[in-house]
Write a protein that binds this ligand. Structure first.
Ligand code: ZN
Ligand code: FE
Length: 242
């Protein structure tokens, strides 16, 4: 089993530092910035060997160059966004395998938030890094793609084993949940989850990772029955002030 450390960054980003004790490899998912990542790795005595990016946005790649300069690590990122990620060493696309020691991740293309957005699924660890595609009770904004693509992405993710842990890149849960309650005010699982989320946030605790099972039960975007319904909900969320 890998060891995963959550590093809060910028206003609401989470950077995931992933250590495989068997191989000694340490990998960073979507480093928004370098300093807190290098500090955390140093404190644990871990040497960073890889960066995996899910998409090109600066709050996911901003730390690439400095971490690479400090550690000589190798950067894996979406082939479709290679031109926007100049620190890239390996460009990957749908179905490609990426290794952390003996642990394998399968690349899934999940375009919509950005045109080349990817997720890294680690079946043996029962977890997935989804960047800004799926959030707790939410989904990414449709900056470079459309609702049909996002609907397809979320249905693919919903089909993963329900116990799969979902590591997303932002703490947006409270606002997402408030919107979700406007969509499904009588969803008992949602109401129960929101009570837990409100308590966690009031105590200053993080609410991610989530799981596929929890999202299937409470996420209004994953639960949208069609691309049209997802589009309608996404538009409503974009202007929601809860
Ligand atoms: Zn983004
Ligand atoms: Fe982001």
């Amino acid at each position: 089993m890998v060891e995963i450390v959550r590093i809060p960054a910028l206003s609401d980003n989470y950077i995931w530092l992933v250590h495989d004790a068997a191989s000694g490899e340490t990998m960073v998912v979507d480093p928004a910035e370098a300093e807190p990542v290098l500090a955390e790795a140093e404190a644990r005595g871990w040497r960073i060997t890889q960066i995996w990016n899910t998409h090109w946005h600066p709050d996911h790649t901003g730390g690439n160059a400095a971490i690479k300069a400090a550690t000589g690590c190798r950067v894996t990122a979406p082939a479709a966004e290679a031109a926007k990620i100049p620190t890239l060493d390996r460009a990957v696309a749908e179905g490609d395998r990426v290794s952390l020691g003996a642990i394998e991740a399968v690349v899934m293309e999940v375009p919509a938030h950005t045109a080349g957005h990817i997720a890294y699924h680690l079946p043996s660890e029962e977890l997935i890094f989804v960047g800004d595609t799926l959030f707790a009770m939410g989904c990414g904004r449709l900056f470079e793609g459309d609702a049909a693509q996002m609907h397809g992405n979320l249905q693919r993710l919903a089909a993963l084993p329900p116990e799969t842990a979902v590591y997303c890149a932002h703490e947006y849960t409270l606002a997402n949940g408030r919107f979700a309650l406007t969509v499904e005010p009588n969803n008992a699982a949602l109401r129960e989850r929101m009570a837990a989320v409100e308590a966690a946030r009031a105590a200053g605790e993080a609410t991610v990772p989530t799981t596929i099972a929890l999202e299937r039960a409470t996420n209004p975007f994953m639960r949208a029955s069609s691309a049209e319904e997802l589009a309608q909900r996404r538009q409503a969320k974009d202007i929601f002030r809860g």
